[in-house]
Design a protein. Structure first.
Ligand code: ATP
Ligand code: MG
Length: 236
């Protein structure tokens, strides 16, 4: 990771995230020349993250406390592992997963990108892979010149993965197979995954199959988001 010069966290909507993590702008801009120090990792990670967060979520700050709690669990474990191994930086490894559930427009994707932003400013390294379920299936369709299995492995083994809109795409044998293989791999290896889904909690089994639902049940903390469709509120 590179030394990243100090920059104004306010310009990138990072102050509320720093506050949630008990950090200040001064901490973020600690100019001690240590590339492995947490403030530099936070600047480097936030800079990289800003390039990948979709425009409408670029200032997202999670409202649900379960998001910060989940991130705190992951970062505490990362720091524990770092201390045990004497590693130069703390990196997210194994840990629990989170399942954000709720109807259209309540803010599931917003909360998910807020989580990515918040983890970036902690100074713990987290290599996210981000996809919607529909994009994932599209990328994994067998096509000439594409090694779909290698592509699948990128998602299955990613350190930390966001799967947005699980259960929203049309079901087929192909999507069922991908869901099972992907979720089973992440379940067996305790790889932290953030899922969002429109599916009602009581319909998860019917929609995703009992073997997938059972694994999600064990590996994820469910967070049910309720409320109006925020898109309609904006339009009104
Ligand atoms: N806490 C929030 N503060 C401000 N704006 C928000 C918040 N949560 C969501 N929004 C905005 O509301 C809109 C809908 O949010 P989002 O896209 O996250 O919904 P969703 O639950 O993922 O919907 P869908 O199921 O259709 O994917 C977006 O414009 C988003 O930026
Ligand atoms: Mg969404």
């Amino acid at each position: 990771m590179q030394w990243t010069p100090p920059y104004d966290p306010a310009k990138h909507g990072l102050l509320p995230l720093l506050a949630r993590q008990g950090r200040t702008a001064n901490w973020f801009n600690t100019d001690d020349g240590d590339p492995y120090g947490e403030p530099n990792v936070a600047r480097w990670s936030s800079h990289r993250t800003a390039k990948t967060i979709p425009f409408i979520y670029r200032r997202a700050v999670a409202e649900r406390p379960e998001i910060s709690n989940w991130l705190n669990t992951l970062t505490a474990e990362a720091r524990k592992q770092q201390a045990q191994r004497g590693a130069p930086v703390a990196s997210v490894g194994r840990g629990p997963s989170l399942l954000l559930l709720g109807p259209t427009g309540v803010g599931k994707t917003y909360e998910a990108h807020a989580a990515i932003r918040e983890l970036a400013i902690t100074g713990v390294v987290a290599r996210w892979t981000v996809t919607t379920a529909a994009d994932l299936y599209a990328k994994l369709r067998v096509r000439h010149g594409v090694d779909s299995e290698a592509e699948f492995q990128k998602y299955a083994t990613s350190t930390i993965l966001l799967i947005d809109d699980l259960g929203a795409a049309k079901i087929s044998e192909f999507t069922e197979d991908i869901n099972f293989r992907l979720i089973n791999h992440r379940y067996e290896n305790a790889l932290p995954t953030l899922f969002t889904s429109n599916v009602l909690p009581k319909e998860l089994t019917a929609r995703l199959g009992d073997r997938v639902a059972s694994r999600l049940n064990e590996m994820c903390q469910p967070v049910v988001i309720t409320g109006p469709d925020r898109r309609r509120a904006v339009a009104a």
